[in-house]
Design a protein. Sequence first.
Length: 229
Amino acid sequence: MSSVSPVRLFIGFDARETVAFSVLSYSIHRRASVPVSITPLMLSQLTHEFRRERHPLQSTDFAFSRFLTPLLSGYAGWSLFMDCDMLVLDDIAALWALRDDRYAVQVVKHSHQPRESTKFLGHAQTAYAKKNWSSVMLFNNARCTALTADYVREASGLQLHQFHWLADERLIGALPHRWNHLVGYDHPDPDAALLHYTHGGPWFRDHADGPLAEDWRRERDHMLVAIER
């Protein structure tokens, strides 16, 4: 009998967006054809691995802790990281199947230049090369040993999010764009497999009527149904 190892998935967690984490997790499990093990990156559970003062430009609790994924995986096998402000519309097994041992990490290589100066909850919107590349990452953990607890604690935001911890940029593989569709920025795509509400999701009052808000609310409402017989 052959066994199927679960997809090992880490999701960024911020208490202000607990509902986003829950709906994303539900959207993944609902469509998955294989077992999925989901770990929230909650700072309260990472006190032994991660101590870092909050940066003034840091908009979420998981801005830096996402890079602990290989460490938390024992630098073995593969792991997947996602921001919590997302909705998955396809089988996560299809993304998991894209793992390629030629690379240390695989991402959607956006060319994202934000138009605005602020985003959700009034946080400053910053522009930099490789922006949003780190919002979905497939980690080949054994090739990411540079991401030690000390490095993640001490490195600058740009060093982390621009993948300076890799010796060669050719170790960054590309994922299909459909696996990180930037809502409100990218052209509408009926084939999008993952919606990323990076500017602000409809769980925030100020973004309740934003693009594809109904898609998220429909998923939330489906999650909240209790079937009684």
